[in-house]
Design a binder for this molecule. Structure first.
Ligand SMILES: Nc1ncnc2c1ncn2[C@@H]1O[C@H](COP(=O)(O)OP(=O)(O)OP(=O)(O)O)[C@@H](O)[C@H]1O
Length: 279
């Protein structure tokens, strides 16, 4: 007999975040960087994390990806704690995540095609497929990010920064991950290319149904791609809410950061220019 969940049970299931992080801590040599991160990343939506340089945003992503072992806390994907999962189960859960690294992180010595094939192999997506089928899949991924097959034999160094990011995104999409991480996807790009990359990220969420988690310093991007926003400061998520309210959060720390003000609760110390610095 099939049990039909009651409406309240359905709501509870639907409300479960795709990613749920609680009490995540990480210190290096006695220096605490993450000091109890609590964050929910809703399924099928786009969450953006902002925060000052060195606050641990990339570190948070690397902890989730299993590249760095946290000192404490839980990281759940669909309610399953990946830290306590068996190795094979953890690997299976982590295969659900695709990542566009800062600066795209392509292998310079490999062609664009080989970079994407590498992504397919890393996700185990090459199994049961001959080389021609793998190449077809790689070309399809390039097409998804708006690049034609003429780009496939080129080396990353022959591409502009924006094209490199697109290739990085194509590689992140290898193996059809349903969770995507983007680490500063628009840094170093001109405003139009930033809009193109933001559009591709939005498409991943709206058309592929992905859950996106993006780190950015680009406030225009936050409003363009974000459904939800969160700010990391002092080792914790100090604010989270709808992205459209980020610029008027009412939180003094968030407001100082998002408006780039020198005055406020965030110490600027030696970064503050004095009249003598302005020679
Ligand atoms: N493996 C590591 N070993 C030692 N320290 C580390 C390691 N990884 C990160 N850190 C330290 O953690 C801090 C946070 O680094 P992280 O790269 O996460 O910052 P971030 O918020 O992403 O900064 P940015 O916005 O400038 O990219 C830095 O001080 C960094 O030196």
């Amino acid at each position: 007999m099939t049990t039909v969940p009651s409406p309240s049970q359905q709501t509870a299931a639907n409300d479960q975040p795709r990613l749920r992080i609680r009490g995540l801590k990480k210190a290096f040599n006695g220096r605490t960087i993450l000091n109890g991160i609590d964050l929910d990343v809703p399924a099928g939506q786009s969450t953006v994390i902002i925060g000052g340089s060195g606050n641990g945003k990339s570190l948070l992503l690397r902890c989730i990806l299993g590249l760095i072992e946290p000192d404490a806390g839980t990281i759940e994907i669909d309610g399953e704690n990946i830290i306590e999962a068996s190795r094979s189960r953890r690997e299976a859960l982590l295969r659900r995540i695709g990542m566009l690294f800062q600066n795209a992180a392509l292998f310079d010595s490999m062609s664009v095609l080989d970079n994407i094939l590498f992504g397919l192999r890393a996700k185990g997506s090459d199994r049961n497929k001959d080389h021609a089928a793998q190449e077809q899949e790689a070309l399809h991924l390039l097409e998804l990010v708006g690049l034609g097959p003429h780009v496939a034999p080129l080396n990353p160094a022959e591409l502009s920064g924006g094209m490199q990011k697109r290739v990085g995104l194509a590689r992140a999409l290898a193996g059809q991950p349903d969770i995507l991480f983007f680490d500063e996807p628009t840094t170093g790009l001109d405003p139009i290319m930033s809009a193109v990359i933001d559009g591709l990220i939005s498409n991943c969420v709206t058309q592929l149904g992905s859950t996106a988690l993006t780190i950015t310093h680009d406030m225009t991007s936050v409003t363009r791609i974000g459904d939800h926003a969160a700010m990391l400061y002092g080792g914790k998520i100090i604010w989270q809410g709808p992205a459209e309210t980020l610029m008027n959060s009412g939180n003094p720390i968030v407001d100082q950061f998002t408006h780039g003000r020198l005055e406020g609760p965030i110490p600027t110390g030696n970064l503050t220019a004095t009249p003598t610095d302005k020679r």
